[in-house]
Design a protein around this ligand. Structure first.
Ligand SMILES: Nc1ncnc2c1ncn2[C@@H]1O[C@H](COP(=O)(O)OP(=O)(O)OP(=O)(O)O)[C@@H](O)[C@H]1O
Ligand SMILES: Nc1nc2c(c(=O)[nH]1)N=C(CO)CN2
Length: 203
């Protein structure tokens, strides 16, 4: 797209397109042609945790403009950020997607999936049927509170780093360094592999 100038146009109904709009449209066009790689963390500690994680993966795959490329093993994890013994354990996993959706639309879809699984939002870090967090979106760095990228606490959460490292051992958290090194620093206590349980990459 190029900006047009009403003064030089023979048609007086043609309005000039502001440069900022041209930039946004160009950025959207380029994303449409180049799917971006995003890392999504899934967690569940209420209800049928495995079924819900698989349901969220299937819902991501059913999203126009999203393709699930990799699904990590399942881990049973101690609830992070709350008093020990106050919540059921979580099942956690990480998926890699390729997407033509911009970050804000991917977050909207994440929230829609949480709603579809009746996730309650009453308490910070409260128990939930499903949590869908955007851990990283390509190399985007943003401090927008509505969508902070990379996720502001991913680098200190073993329940994110362990499955992320499984699906992408060379991954880096922008501003924090390689996932492998972060994992060494944080440790994997409270993150137990569940090889008896598997999540399926949709066809
Ligand atoms: N990278 C991100 N992924 C998901 N939500 C984000 C992100 N950055 C900011 N948010 C915002 O955080 C808000 C709260 O998200 P949510 O309820 O999932 O938090 P939480 O899972 O309880 O805690 P945490 O953010 O520590 O994982 C969301 O409404 C969303 O706008
Ligand atoms: N083990 C574990 N703990 C958590 C999790 C989670 O997914 N797994 N999610 C939280 C809020 O996002 C808070 N604490």
């Amino acid at each position: 797209m190029t900006s047009s100038n009403a003064a030089s146009s023979p048609d007086p109904t043609v309005q000039p397109v502001p440069a900022s709009v041209v930039q946004q449209v160009d950025a959207a066009d380029s994303t449409l042609q180049n799917p971006q790689r995003a890392v999504i963390s899934l967690g569940s500690n209420l209800g049928n945790r495995l079924e819900t994680l698989q349901g969220a993966i299937d819902a991501l795959e059913d999203t126009p403009g999203v393709r699930v490329k990799a699904v990590s093993p399942v881990y049973e994890t101690e609830p992070w950020g709350v008093e020990p013994g106050t919540q059921p354990s979580y099942f956690n996993a990480v998926v890699i997607v390729k997407t033509t959706l911009p970050p804000a639309s991917l977050l909207e879809r994440a929230h829609a999936i949480e709603e579809a699984f009746h996730r309650a939002r009453d308490t910070r870090w409260g128990p939930r049927t499903i949590d869908v967090d955007i851990v990283a979106y390509q190399g985007v760095v943003s401090d927008d509170p509505a969508l902070t990228l990379p996720h502001p606490r991913a680098h200190e959460r073993a329940f994110v780093l362990v499955p992320w490292h499984d699906v992408d051992p060379g991954a880096e958290v922008a501003g924090h360094g390689p996932v492998a090194g972060l994992l060494t620093a944080v440790g994997a206590q409270g993150v137990i592999a569940r090889p008896d349980l598997t999540l399926v990459l949709p066809d």
